[in-house]
Design a binder for this molecule. Structure first.
Ligand SMILES: *Cc1c(COP(=O)(O)O)cnc(C)c1O
Length: 312
């Protein structure tokens, strides 16, 4: 399939941000990528077009029944001006797993990666180079068929937007504070916790708002059945260092399988440090904190990078 490109004209170009003062998620580049799908026809018309509003039907099924999935990965520009993506195939494999979970069509990973690369090259001047900055890449897919009634849509829009970013948390690399949630739950086994879907985030907002009122940055989710075992934090997988063991909360089915998490586990193993993926109760963490064996707690995620936890 040919990728069409319609370049933004000079009137459509957007002002570039100050790299030394980048926040997260407010600024988008000059273009966006789009591709459509219809049952029986497959994916068609992949295109890079000027960034702008979509036109979608008010009956589009994504709006009513929540068929939406997304991904998040980053591009970096090196001192010698090369562009690097971090394990992008892993993100696209997860994109397809999320799609399958919500009865949405898969993409061809090789082709979609090529679209993404071509798009990033089009907007490469937007990749910031300062320490701690990057270009955040947000692929997403929404159901666009105009239909009321619950069943999988027959039409989809897959798109990518790009966003030059700095630190995800206002704390930067300073420790974040985390509220251990024992009332609300994020996901349960058999649900959609291991898919990257918008609905998981919608379900998490109330607990996050309440935690914020109490002065915490994020929510630490416990398992839905017993409210006892560590699952993860809003947008990060969790690690604890207890004595000389690095413990990662296991992928039970209700936890998002993070690519940063996987990379950290591989690196720590390579360094010859003991790393376990095992269930870890909040009581064990509290005990370890009290008896001094809890050495570190940190979260991992593409947006949050590696964030130390200062208080729970
Ligand atoms: C995306 C995400 C993560 C982090 O995954 P990475 O692949 O490391 O970016 C963790 N938890 C949730 C709920 C997420 O949506």
């Amino acid at each position: 399939m040919e990728i069409r490109t319609i370049k933004a004209d000079s009137g459509q170009l957007r002002p570039k941000p100050d790299q030394s003062n980048l926040a997260f998620g407010d600024i988008f580049t000059d273009h966006m990528f789009m591709m459509d799908y219809e049952t029986g026809k497959g994916w068609f018309d992949p295109r890079i077009v000027p960034y702008g509003d979509f036109c979608i039907d008010p009956a589009a099924m994504a709006i009513h029944y929540g068929q939406e999935i997304f991904e998040g990965l980053k591009a970096y520009r090196s001192k010698d001006d090369h562009i690097y993506l971090f394990r992008p195939e892993e993100n696209l494999k997860r994109f397809n797993r999320s799609a399958s979970r919500l009865c949405m069509p898969n993409v061809d990973i090789g082709f979609f990666l090529e679209c993404m690369k071509q798009f990033i090259r089009t907007d490469k001047d937007w990749i910031p180079q300062n320490d701690g900055t990057s270009l955040y890449i947000r692929p997403a897919m929404i159901a666009t068929e105009a239909h009321l009634g619950v069943r999988p849509s027959n039409k989809y829009l897959c798109f990518i937007i790009l966003c030059p970013v700095g630190a995800y948390y206002k704390e930067g690399l300073d420790p974040v504070t985390i509220y251990v949630e024992d009332k609300y739950v994020r996901a349960s086994i058999g649900g959609t916790g291991e898919a990257k879907v918008a609905g998981n985030y919608a379900a998490s907002l109330l607990a996050a708002e309440k935690a914020k009122e109490k002065g915490f940055t994020q929510v630490l989710w416990l398992d839905a059945a017993e409210r006892k075992y560590i699952e993860e934090v809003g947008t990060m997988n969790m690690f604890f260092v207890i004595d000389d063991e690095v413990v990662a909360a296991p992928l039970t089915g209700s936890v998002l399988p993070g690519i940063t998490r996987d990379s950290v586990i591989q690196l720590v193993k390579d360094w010859g440090i003991k790393v376990s993926e095992r269930s870890l109760s909040i009581d064990e963490v509290i005990n370890a904190a009290e008896n001094g064996s809890l050495k570190e707690a940190f979260g991992t995620g593409t947006a949050a990078v590696i964030s130390p936890v200062g208080q729970m």
